[in-house]
Design a protein around this ligand. Structure first.
Ligand SMILES: [Zn+2]
Ligand SMILES: [Zn+2]
Length: 627
């Protein structure tokens, strides 16, 4: 008898199929590098992968997703938003959620500035026009990489490509036009107006036009973007404030003004960052970073020891540049010790000059013994050979007289004190004792000169009181050639107070005037935007907001109301015209298809694809109801 083989039973449990994404799971490019793709570029690439335009992808596909972003009443999502989807606000967050849901890619937030949301000041961070590096496009193509748009190109603070060291382009080489950062027909690497390829043939290295600061900024922003996935800190703002405080303490011994001078920013900025009154702008961060040569990422370094290494380097560099705040006791002592063993021995006045002092007093207060040793080292080098050990003379009376006479001949003579220390003495006593008449003559000439300067100062201040607008004390310093108002105040404190008072009153008047101007602007018809107002009154947006917040709000509200009304009017016009066209076609016996109606509509009324579709559908439904 034949037996049948016995087979194992089949496992009929269905295999677990991982969830599928609705759109292609296109991988984002360059996360954790300076050349990370932008979210707007990712959207363009996603549309390209599906062989549809961005407009169709967003309005027909993504708008079906449960995202509040697409249910807004704003007409046309591509207008006015610019690079907002790459930004650090709610808009970016919604775009990330929508695209993550559609593609099941989990890291899309690194294609935006969202990782820096609590750190950076969000306004004026992005360009208003699309920018690119043609060499990067060409590289993508030749290396077989997907052509993609870099996030770094979208930032205003970046003017050059960190890889190719050449200026970013904004003008299409084919149609010579600038385009919006993202449009319904944007494609990575192509002009959205004429669809020409934007890659450049010449990919040679360094571009001679790029300045040092531009290259530094591009590199730093690149570092910042590549650090995004590694940032572990819960609050970047806290880390930044702590690090910034230690940096100011370390570099300038807590002297905010000195730090601001070295970093080439306004004192108020430094104070505002430390008091957490405002978020730092990317451009300000880059300026501080450039002038102190501190990497921007050091300010976000949670490990204080590692961050301190950057401060140390910056401090060493600034000491060379003779920052006054580095004249601590320890520094002076170290400088004196170095000078004591220097060959050939320097004059004590040289060391004072190295530390930015005009007199020797401070050096003596720090270490008188060391100062005397340095002075005697120098004096010994001046003694002619073969001099007896007890003979301390190193400068003959003739030399002293000649030096004093030379000083007297000048229009602004050097004081006997400075002549003495230049000769190698530590004070002016020997010269005054030997040549009292010459010293008195020099002093008289200096006194005369000083008196005339003070007189000029007084006259200038009195004249300034009648000026309109009155100049600030800083402006007076600039005119009179002083670096701080303390000298002017020392001689004319009352006049200074009057000037400050007048300046304050002038400011109040100006703000009042601005308020009434803004009120007028807020009533204007057709409404003007805040940007236009800024141009007309000659203030920046930030200045206007600081001076008169309510006035700005009124202007913005008026402009928004007017824009809304215009949009509604255009929409009504569109609907009316569509109804007419549909009725006309119906009467002619032609099917009122979208294509036909759209062609007849032309460009004269609201050129919004979505609104046109809705209007045509509504008109057709109305017609069907009637018949
Ligand atoms: Zn490049
Ligand atoms: Zn073009």
């Amino acid at each position: 008898m034949r037996t049948h083989p016995v087979f194992d039973s089949w496992d009929c449990t269905p295999p677990i199929v991982p969830p599928r994404s609705r759109l292609y799971a296109v991988q984002p490019i360059g996360i954790g590098t300076p050349f990370v793709e932008s979210l707007s570029g990712y959207l363009a690439r996603l549309a390209d992968a599906h062989a549809v335009s961005i407009g169709n992808l967003v309005l027909r596909e993504l708008s079906t997703l449960e995202s509040p972003l697409f249910h807004s009443s704003e007409p046309g999502i591509f207008h006015g938003r610019f690079y907002a989807m790459n930004s650090l606000g709610d808009s970016a967050r919604k775009w990330v959620e929508a695209l993550q849901a559609a593609t099941m890619q989990g890291q899309l937030r690194f294609l935006t500035l969202l990782p820096f949301a609590d750190l950076l000041w969000p306004l004026a961070i992005f360009r208003r026009r699309r920018a690119w590096c043609g060499a990067c496009y060409t590289d993508d193509r030749t290396n077989g990489m997907p052509v993609h748009e870099r996030l770094i190109w979208t930032l205003r603070a970046v003017a050059v490509c960190p890889q190719h060291r050449r200026a970013l382009e904004e003008l299409c080489p084919n149609c010579s036009k600038r385009t919006k950062p993202i449009t319904a027909f944007s494609r990575p690497g192509y002009c959205s107006r004429c669809q020409a390829w934007l890659g450049s043939r010449d990919c040679a290295g360094d571009h001679p036009d790029c300045s040092d600061v531009e290259i530094w900024s591009a590199d730093q922003v690149g570092e910042l973007l590549s650090s995004a996935p590694r940032l572990r800190s819960l609050s970047l703002r806290n880390t930044f404030t702590t690090n910034f405080q230690t940096c100011v303490d370390y570099i300038a011994e807590g002297n905010k003004s000195a730090f601001a001078d070295a970093a080439n920013v306004h004192d108020d900025r430094v104070k505002a960052f430390l008091d957490r009154h405002c978020q730092p702008q990317l451009s300000t961060l880059l300026r501080i970073s450039y002038h102190l040569r501190i990497p921007v990422t050091s300010f976000l370094e949670p490990d204080l020891v590692r961050a301190t290494a950057s401060w140390q380097e910056a401090k060493a560099r600034i000491q060379k540049a003779r920052l006054p705040s580095t004249r601590s006791r320890d520094n002076i002592k170290a400088e004196l010790q170095r000078a004591a063993s220097e060959q050939p021995p320097p004059r004590l006045s040289d060391i004072a000059r190295r530390l930015n002092y005009v007199k020797l007093d401070r050096l003596y207060r720090v270490d008188a013994k060391l100062c005397r040793r340095i002075a005697s080292n120098y004096q010994k080098t001046l003694q002619p050979p073969g001099t007896n050990a007890w003979d301390k003379r190193f400068c003959s009376p003739k030399q002293m007289q000649r030096a004093l006479e030379e000083s007297l001949e000048q229009d602004i003579p050097r004081s006997p004190y400075h002549v003495s220390i230049d000769l190698g003495f530590v004070g002016d006593e020997p010269l005054r004792r030997k040549f009292p008449a010459l010293c008195r003559a020099i002093q008289a000439k200096i006194d005369n000169y000083n008196a005339s300067r003070i007189e000029v100062m007084g006259r200038a201040l009195t004249a300034a009181l009648t000026e309109d607008p009155p100049p600030s004390l800083t402006e007076m310093c600039r005119r009179l050639g002083y670096c701080r108002p303390v000298v002017i105040r020392g001689h004319f404190s009352e006049l200074c107070d009057q000037l400050v008072e007048r300046r304050r009153a002038h400011r109040v008047r100006e703000i009042e005037k601005l308020r009434s101007e803004l009120h007028q602007f807020s009533l204007e018809d057709p409404a003007v935007s805040l940007e236009q107002v800024c141009k007309r009154v000659g203030y920046s947006r930030q200045q206007l907001l600081r001076l008169c917040r309510e006035g700005c709000a009124a202007v913005v509200a008026n402009f928004e109301r007017s824009s809304r009304e215009t949009a509604q009017r255009k929409l009504a016009e569109l609907r009316c015209r569509v109804r007419q066209i549909v009725a006309m076609l119906h009467q002619e016996g032609t099917l009122p298809s979208f294509k036909r109606v759209n062609a007849l509509l032309g460009k004269w009324v609201l050129n919004d694809w979505r609104e046109r579709v809705v209007a045509i559908r509504a008109a057709k439904a109305e017609l069907a109801n009637r018949s």
